[in-house]
Ligand binder design. Structure first.
Ligand SMILES: C[S@@+](CC[C@H](N)C(=O)[O-])C[C@H]1O[C@@H](n2cnc3c(N)ncnc32)[C@H](O)[C@@H]1O
Length: 273
């Protein structure tokens, strides 16, 4: 394995946290090497240390985006964890149909390759198929340009399809393109839009939301960054709006603008009035 000096590792973790919020902690040199080694030769550097020196001195601007790209963990799947979509179907959609004219705008923050956003829209379609009346618009954002480009295509390899999608949903919501590729149907895709966005940047251009899904993203950040992001999310939620975190995540004591709401399907946070 290529070794990094302590100083190079420290400079690298500082760069990564400042540019993406991602905190690596101590002794993750192995992770850095495994993610970045493939880029060393490809970018014409003779060692990982040289690549990191160039990155941290700002000599190679395009390297920055490529390194952030390589350091993000984009693990996701359709209908991940199940219960958030049950809460939408049984609690939030009926509430927004009753009290908000049946319209709901949702932000999938840290959406990776788009499976979460499309799962929300499939859930809305199923709700309407069963007699409901809800109109949902989803914005998916991610720091990774590659993930956003993939999400926009709405095309997924069979290996992604096999994870989390029932045969019934596959048939109802996808068109097969070739032996290994499936595409989300246009009636679902037209309600989703995707854009590259860093959660450390302002949210103001994103508009207002009724629901924010920010699942399995904040776990990579420091407590301080988490608090800042959660506080700024409260500012762009409409009154009474909801925030869904990942199954193992919670708001933490220092953020007091949300209250925990328990439903028969699981818990969600709601903006305090
Ligand atoms: C593990 S995935 C979670 C995907 C999806 N929310 C889910 O739960 O299945 C985390 C995503 O957060 C994105 N991410 C990491 N840092 C980010 C940042 N500063 N701004 C926006 N997205 C970020 C990564 O690129 C990655 O796609």
């Amino acid at each position: 394995m290529v070794r990094l000096s302590d100083e190079q590792y420290r400079s690298f973790t500082k760069f990564l946290e400042e540019s993406s919020g991602i905190v690596l902690g101590d002794n993750r040199q192995y992770l850095v090497a495994s993610r970045l080694n493939p880029h060393v030769q490809a970018r014409g550097y003779s060692s990982l240390g040289e690549l990191i020196d160039a990155l941290c001195s700002g000599r190679d601007a395009s390297l920055r985006a490529q390194v952030i790209e390589a350091m993000t963990t984009n693990e996701t799947q359709f209908f991940r964890d199940g219960y958030p979509f049950e809460i939408l179907k049984h609690v939030l959609f009926p509430e927004y149909q009753r009290n908000h004219g049946g319209r709901l705008r949702l932000w999938s923050a840290g959406c990776s390759s788009g499976q979460e956003a499309y799962s929300v829209l499939m859930t809305a379609q199923e709700y309407n198929d069963a007699g409901g009346r809800i109109e949902v618009e989803v914005l998916g954002t991610d720091i990774s340009r590659n993930m956003i480009e993939q999400a926009r295509t709405g095309r997924y390899h069979a290996s992604s399809i096999r994870r989390g999608l029932s045969a019934e949903r596959l048939k109802r919501f996808f068109t097969q393109i070739d032996a290994e590729t499936w595409e989300v149907r246009p009636e679902i895709r037209r309600r989703a839009s995707f854009r590259q966005h860093n959660l450390q940047d302002s949210f103001l251009l994103l508009g207002k939301f009724d629901v924010i899904f920010c699942r399995n993203v904040l776990i990579y950040f420091s407590q301080e960054t988490r608090r800042d992001i959660l506080t700024r999310m409260a500012e762009i939620l409409n009154p009474g709006g909801y925030l869904m975190l990942g199954g193992s995540e919670s708001i933490g004591r220092q953020v007091d603008c949300y209250k925990l709401v328990r439903t028969p399907h699981g818990t969600i946070y709601q903006l305090q009035s």
